[in-house]
Design a protein around this ligand. Sequence first.
Ligand code: C5P
Length: 301
Amino acid sequence: MTAVTVRVPAKVNVQLAVGGLRPDGFHDLANVFLAVGLYDHVTATSADRLTITAEGRDVAGIPLDGTNLAARAAVALAERHGIAPDVHLHIAKDIPVAGGMAGGSADGAGALVACDALWGLGTPPADLLEIAGGLGSDVPFPLLGGAALGVGRGERLTALEVGGAFHWVFALADGGLSTPAVYRECDRLRREQGTGDLAGEVPAPVADPALVAALAAGDAHALAAVLANDLQDAALSLRPDLARTVATGLGAGALAGIVSGSGPTVAFLAAEEEGAAKIAAVLGSCARVAVAPAPGSTVLP
Ligand code: C5P
């Protein structure tokens, strides 16, 4: 085999409960991931050294050196097997860059699966998940797809049942938001409100049983009622213009609107496919429609 292409999904966080700041700089999470049908494609081709190229919207914003998560994934997998990470990685991006939909993490997951197939390694899925968790908190989930609860930094996953299709509209924003900056703003707002921001001061994050039940039932109205993102206030504080986007989507009939992860993408849940199309039409050219759940990283024939 000389080239392998892997399709890898974006995510929306239907619940993102953020605990206090830990001594290691991370936050404990109860993070309910849902994979959505917006995809990047990562192609691994035999090469005599590690190189990386990209195409698609906003690719000017992604690094094409060893710091790219896809390149780090190739290096981590090669190290695990004691081989050289000689591969060319090409990323065709459709997931927004720095948009709160784990696009960079998806590329890391896609590169792991593509290199594993190209190099004929047959790495066990549990080992791929462990390597992914070492690369970043959001990298394991796109390997699985579907829905999952992530605890710890968000990287320790338990798959969740999804009982039907959910219709989403994503309002892409100009420019990205830095994930560490949004977490820092969340901590700052907590200190300002006098609730404390440290682990031990903030209640331990837990998954909402009503939300897990709504996913299992495939019930969009029930899910809309319990969508929750503890990073939303921080994202809105850094990007006050997003409040107008939320209002526009709700005015167009969305059941709920929520900042996706650390933003700035805003996710709207629609009652059905026609509702999603109408919300997208009102939002205009920034809107992307996608259905969930989407499958995890898949090697294309
Ligand atoms: O794990 P990842 O590299 O995606 O994390 C990026 C940054 O997001 C971390 O350096 C940290 O600032 C923040 N983060 C956090 N708590 C988490 C996950 C990420 O504070 N559970």
